[in-house]
Design a protein around this ligand. Structure first.
Ligand code: 13P
Length: 249
């Protein structure tokens, strides 16, 4: 799975041009699940353009209430209505800049999953936590708290993105080996919670300065099923090149 997180970038015109340039570049490629997570305003315009393509749409956030007096928020039903099935939850930028807590993340995750969406849960440690040998502890706490109360029924889908905060937007990606070690740890933890079958069915992505030059290093790892990509997903040629390196054709 190659997922692009556009963050707060691209208005409708630029987003449509991106898609028109991307689609012919990836037309012949098979074997890669492709996802774009643009800003809310662009979801529906892109849905119409992507309807017959192999590119899925995701949102970057969701609120936990169904509707009502929550100025500025977007519900799962609204996202589904706009044409998207996936939703990023708990990105470190929301945790750090918007003060989102593990409890908020948990409520969003349960809401999205109950509504039939596929959550992409983001977890990851800071540089200080890694240096202090606390990375696994932090990640397992984030995982446990985010998934609290979630019963992963058979066939129900969940994506976990391991995004070490120090690797996001810095050009300083984790090594393939470190990313693999944490992905294995995450999968083992999921195995303890939900059983080995369900843990195997969860997609674990790596995110943090992924680009054409390093995608293969991550995809070679046993427990890494794909990547969540920020900067390099904003350019259709670089995204298409990454998809080509991951898929066939
Ligand atoms: P970059 O690929 O720009 O480092 O961003 C990663 C990210 O935050 C994806 O969610």
């Amino acid at each position: 799975m190659i997922a692009g997180n556009w963050k707060m970038n691209k208005e409708i015109g630029a987003a449509k041009s991106f898609v028109m340039e991307l689609l012919p570049l990836i037309e012949e490629i098979t074997g890669a699940e492709i996802l774009i997570c643009p800003p809310f305003t662009v979801l529906h315009p892109l849905y119409e353009l992507l309807a017959d393509s192999q590119v899925h749409l995701g949102a970057q956030d969701v609120f936990w209430e169904k509707n009502g007096a929550y100025t500025g928020e977007i519900s799962a039903a609204m996202l589904i209505d706009a044409g998207c099935r996936y939703v990023i939850i708990g990105h470190s930028e929301r945790r750090q800049v918007m003060g989102e807590t593990d409890l908020n993340v948990n409520k969003k995750l349960i809401t999205a999953s109950t509504a039939g969406m596929i959550p992409i849960l983001c977890i990851g440690e800071t540089l200080e936590e890694r240096k202090a040998q606390q990375a696994e502890k932090v990640v397992s706490q984030q995982l446990d708290q985010a998934l609290y109360g979630l019963s992963l029924e058979e066939g129900e889908k969940l994506v976990i993105a391991y995004e070490p905060i120090w690797a996001i937007g810095t050009g300083m990606n984790a090594s393939g080996q470190d990313a693999q070690q944490m992905s294995r740890f995450i999968r083992q933890r999921l195995g303890q919670k939900y059983g080995p079958g369900a843990a195997q069915a969860v997609k674990v992505l790596y995110g943090g300065s992924v680009k054409e030059e390093n995608i293969e290093e991550f995809m070679q790892q046993e427990d890494i099923d794909g990547a969540l990509i920020g900067g390099a997903s904003l350019n259709p040629v670089s995204l298409a090149n990454i998809v080509r390196l991951v898929g066939n054709g």
